[in-house]
Design a protein around this ligand. Structure first.
Ligand SMILES: N[C@@H](CCC(=O)N[C@@H](CS)C(=O)NCC(=O)O)C(=O)O
Length: 219
């Protein structure tokens, strides 16, 4: 049975895994979650009651969490691009940067977007202000961290870049990366030019009108 990925093309965490799959030309079946009542969503709910995606099914094993899916692919379906380095010290840097992008870029970015789709009486302006402040701090930290680096953990494209790509993509739409962060802008442009992520971005174009804050006319 081919690998099955329960996913939606417009979801940032799904794009993280799609980028990894496309990097290595890994064959898989896309179980499209485009209908909240549809069969793919019902299957996902059985597999993972949190109903968060992506989820990878590999024979009798279900793998949750985008980072763990990419770790699983590296172990069981390796390809020419090593997204987790063999050297454990280098791998630690990759995983550290991966945690940074999940926790300090994607989490505040999602907070702002999810708040925008709530009813006005359920909104959380204090939480949104905190999320915006966290993104500013993250951009400033990343500006320093990326000095002299091509990719998140150094010379080689890795797991950390698979996450950085969609998270910085949407973060800039949500809370613009200011002119004070030219290195972050340049890194975001490199990520957009990477064919694996460019493909994920292209596949998500038809859904741009769903972006709750209004998608800008670029990228
Ligand atoms: N920690 C999860 C986060 C996954 C996640 O937040 N997925 C979003 C789509 S980007 C989702 O499932 N949203 C559906 C919902 O919140 O109901 C991971 O790393 O995979």
């Amino acid at each position: 049975m081919p690998l099955q990925l329960y996913a939606h093309p417009f979801s940032s965490y799904c794009q993280k895994v799609l980028t990894a799959l496309y990097e290595n030309g890994t064959h898989f079946e896309f179980r499209l979650l485009d209908d909240p009542e549809g069969p793919a969503m019902r299957e996902l709910t059985r597999i993972w009651p949190m109903r968060r995606f992506p989820v990878l099914v590999d024979d009798d094993r279900s793998v949750i969490e985008a980072s763990c899916i990419i770790e699983h692919l590296a172990l069981y379906h390796p390809g020419p691009v090593k997204l987790i380095p063999d050297d454990p010290r280098e791998a630690l840097e990759v995983r550290t940067m991966d945690r940074f992008f999940d926790n300090y870029v994607s989490t505040p970015q999602q907070k702002i977007v999810f708040d925008a789709i709530r009813q006005p009486q359920d909104r959380d302006p204090y939480g949104v202000a905190e999320a915006r402040a966290m993104l500013e701090t993250s951009y400033a930290w990343l500006e320093q961290k990326m000095q002299g680096r091509q990719w998140a953990a150094g010379e080689h494209f890795s797991l950390a870049d698979c996450g950085a790509a969609p998270f910085l993509f949407y973060a800039d739409w949500t809370h613009a990366i200011g002119d004070a962060f030219p290195t972050v802008h340049a890194y975001r442009r490199r990520l957009l030019a990477r064919p694996s992520f460019a493909r994920a971005v292209d596949e998500a174009r038809p859904y741009r009108s769903f972006f709750p804050l209004g998608a800008p006319d670029r990228d």
